[in-house]
Design a protein around this ligand. Structure first.
Ligand SMILES: NC(=O)c1ccc[n+]([C@@H]2O[C@H](COP(=O)([O-])OP(=O)(O)OC[C@H]3O[C@@H](n4cnc5c(N)ncnc54)[C@H](OP(=O)(O)O)[C@@H]3O)[C@@H](O)[C@H]2O)c1
Length: 298
């Protein structure tokens, strides 16, 4: 396939680019050129926020892509830009949205895509507005929307919950035997997804009519309390995990936007399964060990 990735040198987008290359695809990536690109991709350098330059650059490239994965669509304006620029330039556009679109409380268990109560927090609200643009104005494109929860894997920092979310010092902290301060004692349930699995899901959607016009949750296979995520890392390091509880109300008084972490994040994957799309399946123990080893080798 000829693929275009918006992003392509970041955490998820870089993982996707490398996996696609390893599967023999022809991969173009669009970035501002601020980070090193995976070897073997074809670069397109432009800032998507410069709408005129974005549009003219892509017209000048003059390519048609079998599939386009937008890993950097955050607002309804970005989604409108996708529809405007890529209708006719790609057979299938996949938008990486987020589980943060869902209302935090109350929510059913598991949360399916049919649950249509949405967050009021800015990040998730803007992603939802972008989804709505595809739903209401995306008729000129085949599109699919994926909603991953916490994504982990080589290329990102470890940590899935405040106060140790994406903490670059997490391994040193654990090795030093210091307790972790976790909101709610780390009891919120999560389904972390391994980045390479999510990349595989994106590639598996490509060109599948059963995925057109669909929104799919994209969690990992295991439902774990967040403290277990940290315990797996501690076990791999051969140290004990000690947790100090941070009161939910204290955290939210300080950082109200952290509400997205203060709910159980348990999602159904029935819709993707029914569409015959690959659903992430790397056990969290296996994926986290790969992630920790990559950090130790870095
Ligand atoms: N991490 C999670 O747990 C999680 C959970 C759910 C959903 N998501 C979603 O997953 C996606 C994350 O993708 P990622 O990990 O690849 O992100 P990332 O690590 O932040 O990388 C961003 C990529 O986009 C490029 N870029 C950034 N701004 C740009 C611009 N204005 N114009 C052109 N290129 C630009 C960057 O390269 P340059 O800097 O060189 O331009 C880089 O290649 C997001 O859509 C996020 O909402 C993440």
């Amino acid at each position: 396939m000829k693929l275009l990735i918006l992003g392509g040198s970041g955490f998820l987008s870089g993982t996707l680019a490398r996996l696609a290359l390893s599967q023999g695809h022809d991969v173009s990536v669009l970035t501002r050129g601020q980070r090193a690109l995976p070897e073997g991709v074809k670069p397109i350098l432009v800032d998507r926020k410069d709408r005129a330059a974005f549009s003219s650059t892509l017209q000048n490239v003059g390519e048609h892509w079998d599939m386009l994965a937008d890993c950097i669509c955050f607002t309804p304006e970005d989604a409108e830009q996708d529809i405007e620029v890529f209708s006719g330039l790609t057979d299938h556009l996949i938008f990486v949205s987020t589980d943060s679109v869902y209302q935090e409380h109350p929510r059913p268990f598991p949360v399916s895509e049919a649950f249509e109560q949405f967050t009021k927090l800015p990040y998730g609200q803007n992603k939802r507005k972008a989804e709505e643009v595809f739903l209401t104005k995306g008729q000129s494109l085949n599109w699919t929307i994926l909603r991953p929860g916490h994504i982990y894997g080589p290329g990102s920092e470890l940590g899935c919950l405040p106060e140790h979310s994406r903490n670059p010092d997490l391994l040193e902290h654990l090795k030093a035997g210091k307790p972790l301060r976790l909101v709610g004692g780390g009891h919120f349930l999560q389904m972390p997804v391994f980045s390479e699995d999510l990349a595989r899901m994106i590639l598996d959607c490509a060109g599948k009519p059963s995925s057109y016009g669909q929104i799919f949750n994209a969690p990992g296979p295991d439902i774990i309390p967040s403290w277990r995520y940290y315990e797996i890392i501690a076990e791999h390091l051969g140290v004990e995990l000690e947790v100090e509880e941070v009161m939910i109300s204290d955290l939210l008084a300080r950082e109200p936007a952290r509400l997205q972490f203060c709910s159980h994040r348990v999602y159904s994957t029935e819709a993707a399964q029914k569409a015959g799309v690959y659903v992430p399946d790397t056990p969290v123990e296996t994926g986290l060990k790969i992630h920790v080893d990559a950090k130790l080798e870095a």
